[in-house]
Design a protein. Structure first.
Length: 143
């Protein structure tokens, strides 16, 4: 019997989804992957996830909009945003949408995985601490 997914990954890039699925699988974290914000909301309505990782730029519904809707459906779920957008307003917009952490692309996958796993181990609800920004602009390991 397959484990019930605890992490939902949302990205319109199929290769990114494959990479993320394998990354979480490598540490025994069950994950579900979808390619759109609408599909993510359907998943959240039908299943209980402890964490959602979403891309910012996707067709039809971006990651900020998705986070707002997801926060209403699952207030205790941790939300992580992945983006290449470094605009000064991003942190503010992310916090307002209920996003718990922001990873700037290209990010270190090992660092992102460690942060999400730690959040799964210690999460007691959204926004228990300020939105955190992570990035790997120096080009370190992309695991």
């Amino acid at each position: 019997m397959e484990a019930i997914p605890v992490v939902l990954v949302v990205d319109d890039d199929e290769l990114q989804l494959i990479l993320m699925k394998e990354l979480f699988k490598s540490v025994g974290v069950p994950v579900e992957c979808v390619t759109s914000g609408q599909s993510a909301l359907e998943e959240i309505r039908c299943n209980s996830y402890r964490c959602m990782i979403t891309d910012l730029h996707m067709p039809c519904m971006n990651g900020i909009e998705l986070a707002r809707h997801a926060r209403q459906l699952a207030p205790q779920m941790r939300i992580t945003l992945c983006t290449g957008d470094q605009s000064p307003q991003l942190q503010e917009r992310a916090a307002e949408a209920g996003i718990d952490a922001v990873f700037l692309k290209p990010f270190n996958y090992t660092s992102m995985l460690a942060t999400v796993v730690q959040d799964l181990d210690t999460s007691s609800g959204p926004n228990q601490r300020p939105t955190r920004q992570h990035g790997n602009r120096e080009g370190g390991s992309q695991a």
